[in-house]
Design a protein around this ligand. Sequence first.
Ligand SMILES: [Ca+2]
Ligand SMILES: [Ca+2]
Ligand SMILES: [Ca+2]
Ligand SMILES: [Ca+2]
Length: 138
Amino acid sequence: MKLKLIMLVSLFAFGLAFSANAGAVADADGDLVPDGFDNCDARANGPGEGSNQVDSNQDGYGNACDTDYNQDGVTNSIDFPIFLNSFTGATPTADTDNSGDGLTTTIDFPLFLSDFVNIGTAPGPSGLSCAGTIPCLP
Ligand SMILES: [Ca+2]
Ligand SMILES: [Ca+2]
Ligand SMILES: [Ca+2]
Ligand SMILES: [Ca+2]
């Protein structure tokens, strides 16, 4: 009888450990997209955000962490006029829609700014192995 109880308890403990393990898929930014599939794994851009994996230039870096609008590899003063021209409507581009809501508005500017102040910021990080190639087809 005691042995049966021990077996039952160990089975229960095993089950708990197993289910805890099964739920432990790495998702650093907590946006419900597992890191290995997240095209912007350090910024939330999942189904809960409007930016749900939007990647308008298809380089594998989601718009949420791709403020390099002229594709030269870094975010700097060259990218600012591109943002501005898209914002004013002079030369609209979907690349400046960092929030992924389909428009370039004041919501998108803080994301640009946070990369711009760290001059030389490269797009990413991305969890996709094809990031950096256009089109990035995982
Ligand atoms: Ca993300
Ligand atoms: Ca991109
Ligand atoms: Ca750039
Ligand atoms: Ca936007």
